[in-house]
Write a protein that binds this ligand. Structure first.
Ligand code: ADP
Ligand code: NI
Length: 217
């Protein structure tokens, strides 16, 4: 099958699958990550087709919305890609990307690496920071009925992967437990550069937030 048609089929499949999903993990998140990934890929030596398919499928069944099950996403991606008659190496590579992209995986030893994963991971991380990152964090917090902020509950910077998955802390804590750490975890030069201004924006948001709260941290 022609690559262009496969991309079109993938967009259609992802849009249909994600109907009704939480606003920070819906088609528009995928769309932004796909755009960011294509932009970053221009400056990297990568297979653009793999970058595009990986970006489009990366959150096809996030474990957060599937009782913590990390096998459903890769399995769904695999089944879909096989239906497109792609060669086995391409399918396996994209499945590995879906398995390894998540931030919680950065809490474990990284076994799988690829330049295509690096690009998609940066694109996904960019969407977790800045103005969009703030909007997504509070949307997710609301979805989970979390407190916005509680000065008595301090961020936990030493969570392992299982603690991270079970965490129910206020949304402001998520900035310290993940969002503010992403800038230094970017893989590519372009990603690092784009992360800078988004990072600064989050810092100034937090300054203003505490000021309005009454100077208590
Ligand atoms: P990944 O999908 O890379 O594993 P996460 O599971 O940490 O990353 O979450 C993806 C996005 O979901 C975050 O960037 C954030 O917007 C939102 N999110 C996840 N966990 C929380 C949380 N505890 N509080 C607020 N937002 C969260
Ligand atoms: Ni994502």
């Amino acid at each position: 099958m022609d690559q262009k048609i496969i991309i079109e089929n993938t967009i259609k499949y992802v849009k249909e699958t994600l109907i009704g999903s939480e606003g920070g993990h819906d088609w528009w998140h995928i769309y932004r990550v796909w755009k960011n990934a294509k932009h970053i890929a221009q400056f990297e030596n990568v297979d653009l087709f793999i970058v595009e398919l990986g970006a489009l499928l990366h959150d096809i069944a996030d474990s957060k919305f599937n009782e913590g099950d990390e096998t459903i996403g890769p399995q769904k991606a695999k089944e879909f890609l096989e239906s497109q008659n792609l060669d086995i190496d391409t399918v396996e590579h994209i499945v590995k990307i879906v398995e390894n992209i998540s931030f919680k995986m950065s809490k474990e030893i990284q076994i799988f690496k690829s330049p295509e994963l690096d690009v998609i991971q940066d694109a996904d991380r960019l969407d977790a920071i800045g103005a969009i990152g703030i909007a997504r964090a509070f949307n997710y917090g609301g979805f989970k009925n979390r407190e916005i902020y509680n000065p008595e509950i301090k961020p936990n910077l030493n969570m392992n992967k299982e603690d991270y998955k079970k965490n129910t802390a206020p949304t402001i804590n998520h900035f310290y437990e993940k969002l503010l750490l992403l800038k230094d975890l970017m893989n590519t030069k372009t990603g690092k550069k784009l992360a800078e201004s988004r990072h600064k924006f989050m810092k100034s948001f937090l300054d203003q937030f505490y000021e309005e709260w009454g100077g208590i941290r």
